[in-house]
Every structure is written in structure tokens, then in C-alpha cells.
Write a protein that binds this ligand. Sequence first.
Ligand code: NAP
Length: 484
Amino acid sequence: MEVVKDALNKAQVAFLSYKNFSGKKKATFLRAIAEEIEALGTELVTTAMRETNLPEARIINERGRTTGHCRMFADLVEEGSWVDARVDTAIPDRMPAPKPDIRKMLVPLGPVVVFGAANFPLAYSTAGGDTASALAAGCPVLVKAHPAHCDTSRLVAAAIEKAAIKTGMPQGVFQHLDAEGFEIGQALVKHPLTKAVGFTGSLAGGKALFDLANQRPEPIPVFAEMSSINPVILLPDTLARDAAKTAANLAASITLGVGQFCTNPGLIIAIENEALNSFIKTLASEIQKALPGTMLHQGIADNYSRRLTQTLVQKGVKTEGQAANGTHSQGTPLVASVSAEVFIQNPALSEEVFGPFSLIVRCKNIEELMKVVSRGHGQLTATLMGDEGEISKHKALINVLIEKAGRLIINGVPTGVEVCPSQMHGGPFPSTTDSRFSAVGIDAIKRFARPVAFQNFPESLLPDELKTDNPLGIWRLFNGEFRK
Ligand code: NAP
């Protein structure tokens, strides 16, 4: 495909110079992106609102998050220690054999293809976390625009291109391809000059692109965030005290943004008793009061309606509470319940229903609850509702949850992802294709870099990060000691 070939050739030429740019220079570019996005003003806000049906406050908030992560990565690369430099100097007289001089640091992978998310038109799209972290690492980026918000994507792309020109970046450091359909995306993933892929969307889409990348003569990493139902486990003693409050908090989390968050609590697991009945009654009444909301695009609304119907017709599933039906573009909030026995036997009930829906699993006892948790898929998050004393009695649960999820929460809701260095947004399959990495926070940069060791290099040929006198003043592991 000519357009893809041209774009990747340009990206590769850009890579040859961009990869050697200093952290300071890349930081200037990232900060200029933030400024150009802000300079788009209300046009960006109204365009994104029109294309996604998201309210103004949410778009403004997302814009802040987008410019915030551009500046966060600017600070990171300007400071420079992210390259994880290690210096082990030679010991020529070591016995029985001399020790060579070895030094290691992270270097950028090469051109990265980014598939923007439908549910975050700014923060996970054109200038989203994947783009910002790849550019920060030193990788040119090719964005395949999401067809649900093409105009928003074009506006943001123009802002990035303007920032690139203003700060003297090489042509091709960022490219925007907005043709619809799978063909262009697949050609981008298959092209030999593509070195990594960032994706947020459906399990089917992410897995198809992951498989394609692995079938290439030279396989490449695909960092796909796809499907998570974010189990919430309610411990019985605590639930007996807090049933109403817990139900109100969860109802708000389930319906937030019409349930269109990857961290939406789609599964609630608890032990049968009076407290659970009272919790379900309050949750159902909160959900009944909720309003149906217009979803991001018709495809997502149709998908929600289809997946909801498929779930509700499964044997043993009982609707507990449902909001008033809306139009065919709206998502109706709904909660249902099922016994643990049926849930365990029916794998279809563990699949994501993307929208304002949650399934409550009723367990006979703690042993059955452990069985449900142990058999679950990989998740972005897992939440435990319980006080310290009660959780301490069930430490085995935490052990299992560590295997299942990237972020464990006590007495909170999974929606709302704080952007900070200790954040982990990722998890075992199918929540992502690579549980070792986070898509949020400064560690997201590590997805687009790889370590290289330099053995017996003279000082003059070493990158600045690895020179003995540390001209950049960065933190390094120097002969086993962590210092500047
Ligand atoms: P999607 O269908 O996976 O599409 C995402 C992007 O990937 C689009 O640009 C799409 O291209 C491309 N794509 C998908 N499959 C592909 C394939 N086989 N080959 C090449 N390119 C492919 O996701 P969506 O449209 O954003 O939403 C659909 C469903 O995904 C939702 O209803 C929801 O279930 C799920 N979703 C989950 C999350 C989450 O965070 N868990 C987030 C968003 C969506 P085109 O659109 O041009 O065809």
C-alpha cells in the first residue's frame, strides 16, 4: 500500500536523526505539543463533544490530562534518568579472568504505530499516552485515527505537526493517517519498518493485530489494552456494616461516562446473606434512578445492546435493576445477578459487556468465592471491599488477585486512573497483551525502548548517559552503587 510505504519510509528517515536528539530537545517538542493543543481552544472542545457525545467538562478534563502527560514525559526525558543507565567499569587484573568494561542503557525501538481509543478521544488517542511516551522515548509515531472522532484527531494532529515544525523536529516524526477500514491499519502493522504498536479497543481488534504482528517475518511487540471486567469482591462482615454506602459508590462507578471505561466494575462477587440482599436492593434502586446516556458512537451502542441481550438470556441470569430505556444510541444502566455455580460453568459470563452494566455473582461461602476469583481471567484492576481486620483473615485472596490484575484496590472504585509514577495500568491477558508494562504514568515509555550494552567502548564513543564523568548528571547504577 503506497501511502503506508511512504509514511514508514519518512518515519524511518526521521528516526535516524530523532533517536539521537537530547532529552532537552525532545522535551521542547513535547511541551510545544501541549501548548499547541491548548491553543486549539474551544474548537477542539466542541469538535470532540460533537463527535463523541461526551460532555464539555469531561473533554476539558481529558484535554488537561493529555497536555499533562505531554509535560510529564517532557520533564522525564529532560531529567534523563529514565534510560536506566548502568556502568560496570573494567577490572583488568580480576582473577581468574579480567572483567571487561560494560555499560547499558535503554534506546528507542523505531517507528511506532498507534491506534487511538474510541473512549478517550484525547487522552488515549492522537496525542494520547501511547503517542507521548513513544515520542519521549525517541520513536517517530504514525497514528491510525479512530473513525469515531476523525475531526478531533485531525485537529490534534495539526497541533502536533505545528509543534514539530516550531521546535525543529525532523519531517516524518509524527504522521496522521485517517483512512477508514482495517486495510490501512493492517498494512501499518505488517510493514517491516514498524517496530512496535500501541492499541486500545476491542479484544477482537487487539488480538487480530497482535497475531498479525507475530506472523511477520520479524515479529514486533503489540501493546494492546483490550478487555477487562474489573472484579469487585465484597467481604461479608464489612458489607453488613456498609451495604448502602458501598451500593451507592458502585452504582456511580458503573454508570460513570455511560460505563465506557476500561476500568468499569463489570463484576461484583459476594457471599449470599442478608447484607448482600440489602446491598443488591440499594444498588438496583440506584441503577433504576440512573439516566440512560448517549454512547460514544452507534457501533459501541449496538455492541452494548447486543452483548447485554446475550448475557441476560444466559441460563440463571436475573435482572436486578434497570434504568428506563433510552433511544437506540443510548446505553441503559442495568445490574443482574447469577449464582457462582452457574457463573463458573459458563465462560460467556466472564466476557466484557462494554457499557453501564455489572453482574453480581452470589457465592455460597468463602471457598466458593475463592473458586470464582481463582478461575477468573486477567484484569486491569481488582477491588476488595473490607476492613483491615477482615482482609487479614483472607490473605489468600490477595495472593490470587496479584496473579490476576495489574492494580489492586481496597475500599475504592476502579474507575479513575491517577496519573503518577507508581501507577500501573495494564494486566494479564486479555486485559492487555503484555502484563509487564503500564500504559499510564512514566513507565509507559519503557514499552518503546530496549536495552543495549556497550562493551569495552572508549569514552569518546559512548553515549553521554554512559560516560564516566556523567556529563548529564543523571542517576545511574555505577559499579553497583546507585548515584549521580
Ligand atoms: P475496535 O473495533 O477494536 O477498533 C479500534 C481501532 O482498531 C479502530 O481504529 C479499528 O479500525 C482498528 N481495528 C479493529 N480491528 C482491526 C483489525 N482486525 N484489523 C485492523 N484494524 C482493526 O474498537 P472500538 O471501535 O473503539 O470499540 C468497539 C468495542 O471495543 C467496544 O464496543 C468495546 O467493547 C471495546 N472497547 C474496549 C475498550 C477498553 O478499554 N476495554 C475501549 C474501547 C473499546 P476501524 O475502526 O477503522 O475499522
